[in-house]
Ligand binder design. Sequence first.
Ligand SMILES: Nc1ncnc2c1ncn2[C@@H]1O[C@H](COP(=O)(O)OP(=O)(O)OP(=O)(O)O)[C@@H](O)[C@H]1O
Ligand SMILES: [Mg+2]
Length: 266
Amino acid sequence: MPFFPHGLAAIAVSPRRNPDYLAKMSSSPDAEIVHFDNVGLRYGSDREVLSDVSFTLHPGSFYFLTGASGAGKTSLLKLLYLAQRPSRGVIRMFGTDAITLPRNRLPGLRRRLGVVFQDFRLVPHLSAFDNVALPLRVVGVTERELAKPVADMLEWVGLGERAHARPATLSGGEQQRVAIARAVIGRPDLLVADEPTGNVDPEMAVKLLRLFEALNRLGTTVVVATHDVHLLRKVPESLIMRLDKGRLSDPTGALRYPPRRPAVPA
Ligand SMILES: Nc1ncnc2c1ncn2[C@@H]1O[C@H](COP(=O)(O)OP(=O)(O)OP(=O)(O)O)[C@@H](O)[C@H]1O
Ligand SMILES: [Mg+2]
């Protein structure tokens, strides 16, 4: 399914009743979206900024990646969204070895990802609407089909009135919301969001987290990097990974096998 099938109403559907979600949740317990084994990263000849990073992301889980500024969160996410190759170790994504993958197969893998960049990276000459529509146009969704979901999504993030504005005329928080709308509109298998609420007020931050949770309940695996520890408490079902000077720790057992998972009521 290329996008929220019935506009935004679909993301409000109870996860327990959504067949897509149930199908993913009932997949085998060792199913993985991403696997890192002993990954290290150094930029140039400098010291390693990530060392001995090993973890598995399980389908349908919600992860926070936390740690102080400079701990390596963005660096780890860059490996996750395939913008950077590690200096050592193994990375498998969707069952594919992401390190030895030929370049021409990278776009196919990237299409399964939604990314919210720390610095937004909106296309400057496109309107908010066209930025959000981009992932749908890339996969061939027609203008007729995409008009309503894109408009609904902009409305949801509070930008219904700014649909035709270019990024340069939007505030930082507004640009951030366009970036989030663009990342989630295609219902990716994996959403990677780097400080996605860093520029909005606390009320909007909670609203955006609800959007990630709704997407997660439809089956998307979510990874949100943040140094804001208050945010972690807002998603009770989340698993927490913490980076400290490039090394990963595991305060909620996120990396344990199998991961702790809250009971799903009948
Ligand atoms: N392109 C680069 N070249 C060299 N060093 C880099 C590069 N990008 C990041 N670093 C270094 O890697 C370390 C980790 O940076 P990173 O941006 O991953 O941290 P972060 O946890 O995302 O920080 P923040 O919370 O401030 O966003 C830092 O010491 C940083 O200076
Ligand atoms: Mg960062």
